[in-house]
Write a protein that binds this ligand. Structure first.
Ligand SMILES: [Zn+2]
Length: 184
């Protein structure tokens, strides 16, 4: 049985990993269970440097997001879910999936750690909400896994950001810069 000290230490280690990836206080609080005052004291030496402002809200965001952002969100969430299904905790999956996403996608990254946290919460039904609003589908055409709002009625391939990306790739320099040919 892990002792209280073990649990506290792993929460602090997890919080540290989140802070390095740019998480705000609220995000670290949800992921680690540490209270917000402790999060601030432990990980933010400079109170001026604490990220402020409205946290991301992904439901509105996803529908207005451009193709690259939707593809990047899907890449993150597909890795996150694979890890969750392999038995990793939600917190560990967040950290590893975010690092994996950063390794796969060329910067500048459109998905901040706080955004990724919000997407994972709303897909998994944890942390911010018990009710998932996003689902992960497999595209029948390109077999990529991608994120979609639950209850979407359009055929899956119409919604797939990767099919659109492949169609536009040769004529869109922005896509070529974000997804170099070997990765695409
Ligand atoms: Zn597709």
């Amino acid at each position: 049985m892990p002792t209280r000290a073990d649990r506290q230490l792993s929460a602090i280690k997890l919080g540290q990993d989140c802070a390095v990836l740019g998480a705000r206080v609220r995000t670290i609080h949800h992921i680690t269970g540490l209270n917000p005052r402790d999060v601030q004291r432990l990980f933010f030496n400079d109170p001026q440097a604490i990220p402020r402002g409205r946290p991301p809200n992904s439901l509105e965001w996803y529908h207005g997001a451009n193709l690259i952002a939707r593809a990047e969100a899907s890449i993150f969430i597909a890795i996150y879910h694979r890890l969750r299904n392999t038995g990793f905790s939600a917190g560990e999956s967040m950290i590893s999936a975010y690092r994996g996403y950063q390794a796969i996608c060329q910067g500048p990254h459109r998905i901040s750690f706080d955004r990724a946290f919000d997407l994972a919460s709303h897909t998994d039904g944890i942390w911010l909400t018990p009710t998932p609003v996003f689902d992960i589908l497999s595209c029948p055409v390109c077999s990529s896994r991608f994120m979609t709002a639950i209850g979407t009625l359009a055929p899956a391939s119409d919604e797939c950001p990767f099919c659109k990306l492949i169609q536009r790739y040769d004529t869109d320099p922005r896509l070529q810069a974000s997804f170099p040919r070997h990765a695409a």
